[in-house]
Design a protein around this ligand. Structure first.
Ligand SMILES: [Cu+2]
Length: 133
């Protein structure tokens, strides 16, 4: 009996030591390992969403502002109608259709060149996209 007690004490002691060790190991894992605000998921594939437009044109007071923008091939231009009147962005190979107030049209230009466009409702409204390397 006198020899079992120290063994039992040793067993309990080592059990407590083991439990505190497990507790010490599992506790940091319960804490957030990534600071908030940093994305925890890294996409494996490149994101499908296109990059933001390289140039932004506003349609204001029956005009394209700015009337001329320069971008590189593969980049896009966005047009946002801020007039109450409907307008279009119509060029060779691209056409927004009627844009109401607040509507946006984005077109990607993959080839170099100068692309004139106009509004099909108001042909005096004209603009130009210059695509060059
Ligand atoms: Cu127009």
């Amino acid at each position: 009996m006198s020899t079992r007690f120290p063994k039992l004490l040793l067993l309990v002691g080592s059990l407590i030591a083991l439990l505190s060790l497990v507790g010490a190991c599992s506790q940091p894992a319960a804490l957030p390992t990534v600071p908030p605000g940093i994305p925890t998921e890294v996409p494996l594939l490149p994101t499908i969403a296109p990059p933001p437009p390289a140039a932004e044109v506003k349609i204001v007071n029956f005009s394209f502002q700015p009337a001329e923008v320069r971008i590189k091939p593969g980049q896009s231009v966005s047009w946002t109608n801020e007039d109450s009147a409907q307008h279009t962005v119509t060029g060779s190979g691209f056409d927004s259709g009627l844009l109401s107030k607040g509507q946006q049209y984005i077109h990607v230009f993959n080839q170099t060149g100068t692309f004139d466009y106009h509004c099909s409702v108001h042909p005096q409204m004209q603009g130009k996209v210059i695509v060059q390397e």
